[in-house]
Design a protein around this ligand. Sequence first.
Ligand SMILES: Nc1nc2c(ncn2[C@@H]2O[C@H](COP(=O)(O)OP(=O)(O)OP(=O)(O)O)[C@@H](O)[C@H]2O)c(=O)[nH]1
Ligand SMILES: [Mg+2]
Length: 265
Amino acid sequence: MIREVLRFIIKSNLVIEVIDAREPDLTRSKMIEKFALNRNKKVLIVLNKADLVPRDILEGWKKIFEREGFPTVYISATMHLGTKILRDKIKEVLRGNEGTVIFVGYPKTGKSSIINALKGSHSASTSKIPMAHGYTKAIQKFKIDSKIYAWDSPGIIPPDGNELEKVIRGVNVDKLEDSVKAAIMLFERIRKYNPNAISETYGIEFNTPYEFFEKLALRRGWIYKSTKEPNIDEAAKAFIRDYHKGKIIYYVPPLSMIDDKNSSL
Ligand SMILES: Nc1nc2c(ncn2[C@@H]2O[C@H](COP(=O)(O)OP(=O)(O)OP(=O)(O)O)[C@@H](O)[C@H]2O)c(=O)[nH]1
Ligand SMILES: [Mg+2]
């Protein structure tokens, strides 16, 4: 799967790396960045889900990535905020030249939502691309500007790292060995950065993560028929899915901003 992504990077002129603005450090892929830069491809970073993060924090991350040499924009694909800025940035980075763009990123960072937001009324064109197994599948390109196209199917980077990192990197919850354990790790991380996020999102009061998942399961009617116990596994999965859907508001500030403003974090 990753090989397919690398092949598209090689065929493109610009790589747009989509990351989750709540967790920029954990949802960027330095491997993909290096691969692209080594092949003389430009890399533009998009911090998506910006509706969940305050502007000064977004500006802080943008500065950090730009200092590293990556042009960076932040947007909210689902709220259609920043799409013009993104379009203009793509033009600027390509310096008026013709080009094809590939969107890459971990699952659930919002690649498809961005593509949909950018498509708007622009027409799509099709080209035949040979795929694995000897089949030829039509891969759509769509127009971003008069001379700029983007591949319609984004490159998905398989989630790697430890259990918590995999969850933050959009792993499919059904692939987790122990979804309750993983959900508790996510729960603790969210609570560290926004102590009220979970109770506010769900309107549930609790003292422990376990109690939260029990109450969530009971409220949704997820109960084992035989024992009448709450199915906390189902609740844990739903919680992780809600996180992926951008329903839980918290963010990790850049280290430099933590030191400046709030050394207790
Ligand atoms: N709050 C918020 N949620 C968003 C935003 N963009 C996408 N989402 C949500 O995040 C989830 C994933 O979005 P997708 O566009 O499907 O992400 P993707 O990167 O294409 O995901 P894969 O195809 O699984 O790799 C969806 O539930 C979106 O509604 C955003 O700007 N803000
Ligand atoms: Mg997608």
